[in-house]
Design a binder for this molecule. Structure first.
Ligand code: 5AD
Ligand code: SF4
Length: 460
């Protein structure tokens, strides 16, 4: 009988990509994906370390899995528990010490070794070797060289990791410690992988990296390519309809990237460009290495290149030393830019990062109050943006049937979910790109009706 695999993914899109690649590695070994850990022979938690209490959440999940594992053992079966991702990278040894039920730990740069890790874990369980396997090295061998082809269909919209790691060392952030130094995959490798996923029916690719615009993969002549030149290459692939990229750092937005937004229609006019704060003092303490006005200038240039560009961002309130004035500077920046959507967080000290040791940590109450004010404003902006689209015609890439009979749901260029009644009868399928008139807004999505059907149906 085949073995069952359950993967639970926490955190960012990079982890989602990694989880699907883990499945690509394990399916050829006879595993099939399971929707639940209850019947799984191998459970992988692909963990995230960016938020507070990340490790605690992992330990409580391990506690629940341990009970399932014991039940399985009592029934004469076996369940393996593997902890991967960034919590494993940061605290793998401790997880092994504290949680005997865990069979193996591995970091985000080591999952290509899963087949070996599983074999070693079996030996450890049978007492043939004393140590359970732990793989937390940073890319001693290039992980991507060892990954198999993308075998499972990724859906209409797929992720493609082009760059990993971060050399920026923002003082609040654990990523440089868990994901390691910046590393870019080569253009040739990425074009091959893009062709594979497009052959499986994908029409939209989101290029992923912690600092995706620091991309500098080999262009085939031994020189570094830029994100802009990579996107020019990708845009040549016929079946690819849409290109997105995330997450970018303002410091790495260069002229070529701005020009690409004007020159490549397949790049969607929606950009996640985190700023974190609008106060120069705080930006400096965060080690962001740009000012609020630098950010305003970059946005102005991007909007000049692509006038319909909508922006999204990440914000942190209550960074150590943040005064009312600093916070007001953030609010001013938000009002100046106007965002289509955004994520905002209370600063939380992450062990091992410079900011966690800074004086002047801000009171929780103050952080909560600022977060509320910021989120109110961002919520208002998002609502206004959604409403501004009512009556306009947008191209929608359809992904899945909706909740009502005959309805389909797709994405606007700005990533909003758009639901369209009667779409099935009009021949809409997964992967159809079609013009839709936006007729209304819901809390988190839009409603629309098909126009010009036939003119814009996606090429196969
Ligand atoms: N506290 C609060 N938010 C954080 N982020 C990263 N580290 C922290 C932290 N220590 C947020 C940043 C980043 C997003 C992915 O998570 O805004 O852009
Ligand atoms: Fe973290 Fe800053 Fe690197 Fe982004 S740029 S991953 S926030 S250190």
């Amino acid at each position: 009988m085949g073995k069952r695999l359950y993967i639970k993914t926490y955190g960012c899109q990079m982890n989602e990509y990694d989880s699907s690649r883990m499945a690509d590695i394990l399916i050829p070994l006879g595993y099939t994906l399971s929707e639940t850990p209850a019947d799984a022979d191998l459970v992988i938690l692909n963990t995230c370390h960016i938020r507070e209490k990340a490790a605690e959440k992992v330990y409580s999940e391990i506690g629940r899995l341990r009970l399932l594992k014991e039940k399985r053992a009592a029934d004469g079966g076996e369940m393996m528990i593997a902890i991967g991702g960034c919590v494993a990278q940061a605290q793998g040894e401790e997880i092994m010490r504290r949680a005997p039920a865990v069979d193996m730990v591995f970091g985000p740069q080591s999952y290509q070794a899963l087949p070996e890790l599983i074999e070693q874990a079996k030996l450890a369980r049978n007492g043939k070797v004393s140590e359970r396997p732990a793989a937390m090295d940073f890319a001693a061998v290039d992980k991507f060289d060892r990954l198999p082809e993308q075998t499972s269909p990724q859906g209409v919209s797929a992720f493609l990791t082009i760059q990993e790691g971060c050399d920026k060392f923002c003082t609040f952030c654990v990523v440089p410690y868990t994901r390691g130094a910046e590393h870019s995959r080569s253009v040739a490798e990425l074009i091959t992988e893009a062709n594979q996923i497009i052959a499986h029916g994908t029409a939209e690719i989101t290029l992923l990296g912690q600092n995706v615009n620091a991309y500098a993969g080999d262009d085939g002549t031994g020189n570094p390519a830029s994100l802009a030149s990579l996107m020019h290459e990708l845009a040549k692939i016929d079946g690819l309809q849409r290109i997105r990229y995330t997450t970018s750092h303002p410091r790495d937005v260069d002229d070529a990237l701005i020009a690409a937004h004007a020159d490549i229609p397949k790049i969607m006019p929606y950009l996640h460009l985190p700023v974190q704060s609008g106060s120069d003092r705080i930006l400096e303490a965060m080690n962001r290495k740009h000012t609020a006005d630098d950010y305003r200038a970059i946005v102005a240039r991007l909007r000049a290149a692509r006038p319909d560009l909508a922006l999204s961002s990440d914000f942190i309130v209550g960074f150590p030393g943040e005064t009312d004035e600093d916070f007001e500077a953030t609010m001013q920046l938000v009002r100046d830019i106007t965002y289509g959507s955004a994520y905002s967080f209370k600063y939380s000290p992450r062990p091992g990062t410079p900011a966690s040791d800074m004086d002047d940590q801000v009171d929780e109450d103050v952080k909560s109050a600022r977060l509320r004010i910021l989120q109110d404003e961002l919520g208002r902006q998002q609502k206004a943006f959604n409403e501004s689209l009512v009556g306009t015609v947008q191209s929608v890439l359809f992904e899945r049937p909706g909740r009502h009979a005959g309805q389909w749901v797709g994405r606007s260029p700005f990533m909003q979910a758009v639901s369209v009644d009667g779409a099935e009868a009009a021949g809409i399928q997964a992967g159809t790109l079609c013009d839709v008139e936006i007729t209304g807004t819901y809390a988190n999505s839009l409603a629309g009706r098909l126009v010009n059907l036939g003119d814009t149906v996606a090429a196969e």
